[in-house]
Design a protein around this ligand. Structure first.
Ligand SMILES: C[S@@+](CC[C@H](N)C(=O)[O-])C[C@H]1O[C@@H](n2cnc3c(N)ncnc32)[C@H](O)[C@@H]1O
Length: 335
């Protein structure tokens, strides 16, 4: 199990974060780490001033928090989404167990970055999830909820940070009328879960996602359901959203495809190749990550190191060697 130490400034912004491994040597390693940090903080060259910091540790490691000032120690528990969900007391939210861990995992970098973000969720229902996002995401974030059910307008959720829209998230006109100038860092589809709707919303809204953003689709189990509630699902059914997102893997690997069977397949693979960085499939939930900037070319091969004992360096690869002049390009937001 990993443990972490967070350093926070007076505004409660997390400035520094160190993961510790809980191994047999963890106490010694952790203390060494803290010594390094003490030296770093004391070094005048560093922009950080000692008096602005406090540091703490997990008591399981064998030592207590060491506090220089009245700073607060933030534990991993405090920033987990499942913990926020457990503590939620407002309107009802409806999510499956596994999602809470997925949200903790994917939202953690945003929490640590502590900059306001824009989130759009399709499907408000009782409004609990909008309240959770507002409480959980960095202060000043904007939470936009869309629901086809006009009753959601009566929930009185609107405030400076939360905006409610009544409409159909699969309807091009509705999306254009209301979001033509909007961009989001995170889009969550927790709407009808009908295969056709999930695909339609994705095709309408993915371009509204900022570079580096996440598009998350909940309740993908409906994609397998043929006999229950007309979701349009079935196992390996060609119009299901699970199959649709499986096929998008070809967009990620577009540059490796030697020949397309027809123009349609070419266009499908080409469509998202500059934008989709990854597609993560979990039980019932998919997370699609947009590149930090459009990927306009295939990735370059890069060779590091000097010794080639087993295999000679092919002449054609000489240009691939990285050196001090090599510029590394940022393709992933949280790398
Ligand atoms: C599962 S509930 C949302 C739950 C909520 N996100 C939460 O976590 O508590 C699904 C909601 O999606 C709405 N919905 C269904 N089809 C929709 C569509 N095409 N556009 C927008 N909302 C839709 C329904 O009215 C319903 O309130």
């Amino acid at each position: 199990m990993d443990s972490e130490v967070f350093f926070v400034d007076p505004n409660n912004t997390i400035c520094w974060w160190i993961p510790f491994k809980k191994t047999r040597n963890s106490v010694r390693n952790a203390l060494k780490e803290i010594q390094n940090i003490k030296e770093y903080i004391n070094d005048d060259k560093n922009i950080i001033k000692k008096k602005d910091f406090a540091y703490g540790s997990d008591s399981n490691l064998g030592f207590n928090a060491i506090i220089d000032t009245n700073m607060e120690y933030i534990s991993e528990e405090d920033i987990s989404f499942y913990n926020a969900y457990k503590k939620h007391k407002g309107n009802l939210s409806d999510k499956w167990e596994g999602y809470l861990y997925i949200y903790s995992k994917f939202l953690k970098p945003y929490i640590l970055e502590n900059k306001p973000i824009n989130l759009l969720e399709i499907g408000i229902q009782n409004g609990g999830s909008l309240q959770l996002w507002e409480q959980y995401l960095p202060k000043g974030s904007t939470i936009v909820g869309v629901d086809i059910d006009p009753n959601c307008a009566n929930l009185n959720l609107d405030n400076d940070n939360v905006k409610v829209y009544i409409g159909d998230a699969t309807d091009k006109e509705f999306v254009c009328d209301n979001f033509s100038n909007s961009k989001f860092d995170i889009i969550i589809d927790d709407g009808s879960h009908i295969c056709f709707d999930v695909i339609s919303s994705f095709e309408l809204l993915f371009e509204k996602l900022n570079y580096g953003g996440l598009y998350i689709i909940e309740d993908c189990h409906t994609s397998y359901w043929k006999n229950f509630n007309d979701y349009g699902g079935s196992f390996r059914g060609e119009n299901t959203h699970i199959e649709y997102f499986k096929n998008l893997v070809d967009s990620i690997n577009y540059y490796s495809i030697e020949a397309f069977p027809n123009n349609d397949e070419y266009l499908k693979a080409r469509k998202y190749t500059e934008d989709i960085a990854s597609i993560s499939f979990y039980d019932s939930i998919i997370v699609i990550e947009k590149y930090y900037q459009a990927k306009k070319r295939p990735f370059k091969r890069m060779l590091a190191g000097e010794k080639n004992i087993i295999k000679e360096l092919d002449e054609s690869l000489k240009d691939c060697k990285v050196d001090n002049e090599t510029n590394f390009v940022k393709f992933y937001k949280h790398d």
